[in-house]
Design a protein around this ligand. Structure first.
Ligand code: C5P
Length: 237
């Protein structure tokens, strides 16, 4: 059952709770209050006691993106995905290998969990792929895996802002496109090299944006989140 207060526009912003301790993450969620409806929990927090937080957030009507980037034999991925679905998670990432995609889709069947495929890690360049034995360059492998994700019937893809336009043209409207690397105009880049503003990301075809430091490291996180929500509301007005 959707939560009575769910607001699809507010759910376009996903805040990355990149904090080491569940207590810090809880305090951040408290500060952000109703300015944020959707949170991403990554490996650091999940393996540092964050699974309890997943259930707390889901129980409080928030949407949860568990960014665990699963990759194992099909049987294991399917069963792990089914367990994650029982926690009330909305998005889960898996590496976009055909067996892994198909297994995760089976594991999520009959639940509200939506599987997102990670095409190629953005820390990899063409030389890294060649060294790992791939024939394709980054662009070619992203395209192949995007099509394989569509073929596998999963819900969407996570990809950088600069891949949005080409990927949307390739996969059409069927897949959700979720992008990190988003910075409000004038914000510090941190280690993000290829960035888009929230408005640009949505104009390029994103369905959701993932924003971490510009909100969680802001002097006033709630104000920073509300400013991005306002920018999103203007794009879709
Ligand atoms: O703090 P920042 O807004 O850069 O956080 C972005 C989030 O998205 C982090 O959780 C980061 O791990 C994740 N991410 C990313 N780039 C990728 C994949 C994931 O920034 N290519």
């Amino acid at each position: 059952m959707p939560h009575p207060n769910r607001d699809p526009l507010r759910e376009k912003l996903i805040v990355a709770l990149d904090l080491p301790e569940p207590a810090q993450a809880r305090a951040m969620v408290e500060r952000l209050g109703d300015s944020v409806e959707f949170y991403k929990i990554g490996m650091e927090l999940a393996y540092g006691g964050g699974f309890a937080l997943v259930e707390e957030l889901a129980g409080a009507g928030k949407q949860v993106f568990l960014d665990l980037k699963l990759h194992d034999i099909g049987n294991t991925v399917e069963k792990a995905t089914a367990q994650i679905a029982r926690l009330g998670v909305r998005f889960l990432t898996v590496h976009a290998f055909p067996q892994t995609l198909a297994a995760a889709r089976r594991g999520a069947e009959g639940s509200a969990l939506q599987v997102l495929g990670v095409t190629v890690m953005t820390s990899y360049d063409d030389d890294d792929l060649a060294a790992a034995g791939y024939r394709l360059d980054v662009k070619g492998l992203v395209a192949l895996r995007a099509l394989q994700a569509k073929e596998a019937g999963i819900a969407g893809l996570i990809l950088s802002p600069e891949e949005l336009v080409a990927t949307r043209a390739l996969v059409g409207g069927d897949l959700l496109l979720v992008t990190p690397g988003v910075r409000p105009a004038g914000a510090a880049l941190g280690d993000q090299k290829r960035v888009a503003t929230p408005a640009e990301a949505f104009r390029r075809g994103a369905d959701h944006i993932v924003v971490g430091r510009p909100i969680v490291a802001a002097p006033d996180p709630r104000e920073a989140a509300l400013a991005i929500q306002q920018e999103i509301a203007e794009v879709f007005a």
